[in-house]
Write a protein that binds this ligand. Structure first.
Ligand code: GLU
Length: 418
């Protein structure tokens, strides 16, 4: 009967795009062109498991736009990865890179796999085979992957090595988010979480909110959520709730972040941290707080949970954490967004620094990286804020109009071939 339609990340990405286009004067033919990805690669490939069995996996690499430069975007390992999701994530990368004015188009990749179920050797074989399958697309001047959900610097090192072996020489600039020992950048691991903190606190300042009276809740305690929580805590905010896939913890006096991080390093989860009450993932989203940082997966804030959200600011550490309905309900309640393409852009910004350093073979200090990151994030935030207030539109739509205009300018300058 009235079965709700399966959640589609691409539907969300396209609706956000169209909402922004409605505020712009664009050639409708160009709008049609930007709705579609440039190319999509699907690969099915075999991997030998440790027990001698062979398993088949499916992976993807999508290039949404190649107009402003080589494509850039992460690779995700997660059981739910599918073409619709990768296509949406690739489009979001186009807008994110354009908003940050990085000389990149947008891409994303992924493999439908639960990496926690694989041994290190299985993960290495899967990564090498996937890297080889997408090697028709990736290169330092064409398409540069990076970590995303379920991948990390080690996975990037294996991709770099697989590509380099085929080239016959080390090619570090083919991926970013690498270990420091092979040309990674200082500050890359923490960059996304730092960017979340910079943009969330910029929004707090606009609304006259002081760190010492601001309560923060963070959904997701991976590379983005854990660093964002730590940085908000360092800024003097009270981090009252955090959760990971196993569950969450709440303490209205504020969690001791260094202690919590040490606990997670020891046990692998936040859920049984003794200094607080155990809560569910959903209760993290609806906890009494002023700033909510969803830093897990897409579609978490839907029409069911949105009415109960108490935060005044939603700072999107994750890509696409709100459904369209969820976002609409929050906007009607007067919630201010720091949209994903701005909020979590710190990662790809330092990826850009890493790529530039790799191409020059000349490396910057951590403080140079963080200073540059802070400047770019603050400038981008200000631009989006100004556009939003001047045109009376929400922050996401404002961010999109800036990003889309930059891509359109590039399309018009280059012209359509032939
Ligand atoms: N996966 C990250 C993102 O969604 C980083 C991409 C990159 O560094 O290329 O922005």
């Amino acid at each position: 009967m009235n079965e709700p339609r399966r959640y589609s990340a691409s539907d969300v990405a396209l609706a956000q795009f169209e909402r922004a286009v409605a505020h712009m004067q664009l050639d409708p033919d160009l709008v049609e062109y930007l709705r579609r990805p440039r190319r999509e690669l699907i690969v099915h490939f075999p991997v030998y498991m440790d027990d001698g069995r062979m398993a088949m996996y499916t992976g993807y690499r999508v290039h949404h736009s190649t107009v402003r430069g080589p494509t850039k975007g992460g690779i995700r390992y997660h059981p739910d990865v599918n073409l619709d999701e990768v296509r949406a994530l690739a489009m979001w990368m186009t807008w994110k890179n354009a908003l940050m004015n990085l000389p990149y188009g947008g891409a994303k990749g992924g493999v439908a796999v639960d990496p926690s179920q694989l041994s290190r050797n299985e993960l290495r074989r899967l990564t090498r085979r996937f890297a080889s399958e997408i090697s028709v697309l990736i290169s330092p001047e064409g398409d540069i992957p990076a970590p995303d959900v379920g991948t990390n610097p080690q996975v990037m090192a294996w991709i770099m090595d697989t590509y380099s072996v085929a080239q016959g020489h080390a090619t570090p600039a083919v991926v970013t988010g690498k270990p420091l020992s092979i040309g990674g950048s200082e500050g890359r691991t923490e960059a996304t979480g730092i960017g979340v903190m910079i943009t969330a606190t910029a929004m707090m300042e606009k609304l006259g909110m002081k760190p010492e009276t601001t309560r923060v809740a963070v959904q997701g305690f991976g590379n983005v959520g854990s660093v964002a929580a730590k940085k908000m805590w360092e800024r003097g905010c009270r981090v009252v709730a955090v959760s990971d896939v196993h569950g969450g913890i709440y303490n209205d006096r504020g969690l001791d972040l260094p202690k919590l991080l040490a606990h997670v390093a020891r046990t692998g989860t936040v859920g049984d941290f003794p200094e607080g009450d155990q809560i569910t993932n959903r209760e993290t989203l609806t906890a009494a707080c002023d700033v909510l940082i969803p830093a897990a997966l897409e579609g978490q804030i839907d029409e069911q949970v949105a009415p109960d959200i108490q935060a005044r600011i939603v700072a999107e550490g994750a890509n696409g954490p709100c459904t369209l309905e969820g976002e609409r309900i929050l906007l009607e309640k007067g919630v201010e967004f720091v949209p994903d393409i701005l909020c979590n852009a710190g990662g790809v910004t330092v990826s850009y620094f890493e790529w530039v350093q790799g191409l020059m073979s000349f490396f910057w200090t951590e403080s140079e990286i963080i200073t540059r990151l802070e400047r770019l994030m603050t400038e981008a935030f200000e631009q989006v804020w100004q556009a939003s207030r001047e045109q009376g539109i929400d922050m996401r739509t404002a961010a999109y109009t800036i990003a889309i205009q930059r891509v359109v300018d590039a399309v018009e300058a280059r012209g359509i071939y032939p």
